[in-house]
Design a protein. Structure first.
Lengths: 153, 149
């Protein structure tokens, strides 16, 4: 796979620079139960935002989290930040995301400079039936283009 | 009444049944020789593990106990019923305390997301488009999850 290009914006650190079309992105998938003997298909819900439950539990209100592959490793990206346990990891291209009328926004964290979000897939729009339907379909499309790159044991 | 052929069985869109078994071990309920029963059993075992070992997921993703109970009840019902539905392709915590079961067959994807005690959302996709989306609620008389509307 060709090395991804981080768009060079003068004076900005890499993690704050816009995401290039040829960048690869990672998304963690919680380990769950998969029927043995079947091809492991990435669940659609892996690309849906956590829902808004209350002011204290706002879900993914600013979009679902992803990591920029150029700024992290599979090992780091597949590790759940709170528990340190491993999750499955899938990969897809920034260009593919944009083809679905979605965007990728860098949102670096002190503990994870690679952190970014897809802001259109968020818990606020999840409360609107029409927008939710669009998100559901975008999530199906995303899972269809995503490739599993790491399988947690 | 429409029906969708899915995997080796049928996911019907009329009634999604559920029973309350009050902690009865899943193994003791097996009375069918349907080949996918063992998959349902494994899925139930996994969900029981999520219930007995909370903390393996982050606080935002840990399934709520009431949601787990509803999903387990639903799974047990599929084992008990000779016409029960095939085991799903996957079951994952879908965040905010929820659990999602997903079936895939050709262009079809069916998802039942368990969202609260006795409540779930059924969504059927065909070629990536939402074809049907309905809420399932436990009928207090039949104690089954049934579609509304």
């Amino acid at each position: 796979m060709a090395a991804a290009t981080i768009i060079d914006v003068e004076g900005q650190p890499d993690h704050a620079k816009p995401v290039g079309d040829d960048e690869r992105l990672y998304r963690r998938i919680l380990p769950g139960w998969y029927q043995p003997g079947k091809t492991k298909k990435i669940p659609q819900k892996a690309f849906m935002p956590r829902v808004w439950k209350s002011e204290e539990r706002r879900g993914d209100f600013d979009g679902i989290s992803i990591d920029r592959a150029a700024l992290t490793t599979i090992d780091a990206a597949s590790t759940m930040p709170n528990s340190g346990k491993k999750a499955h990891l899938c990969e897809f291209g920034a260009k593919d995301v944009r083809r679905l009328n979605l965007t990728v926004q860098p949102k670096p964290l002190p503990s994870n400079p690679a952190h970014s979000v897809i802001p259109e897939l968020n818990s606020l729009d999840h409360r609107d039936a029409a927008k939710e339907r669009i998100m559901e379909e975008q999530a199906i499309a995303l899972r269809d283009i995503a490739i599993l790159v790491y399988e947690a044991q | 009444m429409s029906a969708v052929q899915l995997e080796e069985g049928i996911i019907r869109d009329d009634t999604i049944r559920s029973v309350s078994v009050g902690g009865t071990p899943a193994d003791a309920l097996v009375s069918s020789v349907r080949p996918d029963v063992k998959h349902w059993q494994h899925a139930i075992d996994e969900m029981l593990r999520w219930k007995s070992c909370p903390g393996q997921f982050g606080v935002d993703d840990q399934p709520e106990e009431a949601v787990l109970d509803t999903a387990i009840d639903y799974a047990v019902d599929q084992i008990e019923d000779a016409q029960g539905y095939p085991a799903p392709s996957s079951i994952i915590p879908s965040g905010s305390g929820r659990i999602a079961m997903e079936w895939n067959d050709g262009s079809f994807t069916v998802i039942i997301e368990f969202v609260a005690l006795g409540r779930a959302i059924y969504t059927r996709f065909n070629h990536g488009k939402v074809e049907e989306r309905r809420e399932l609620n436990r009928n207090p008389k039949s104690r089954k999850l049934e579609m509304r509307g």
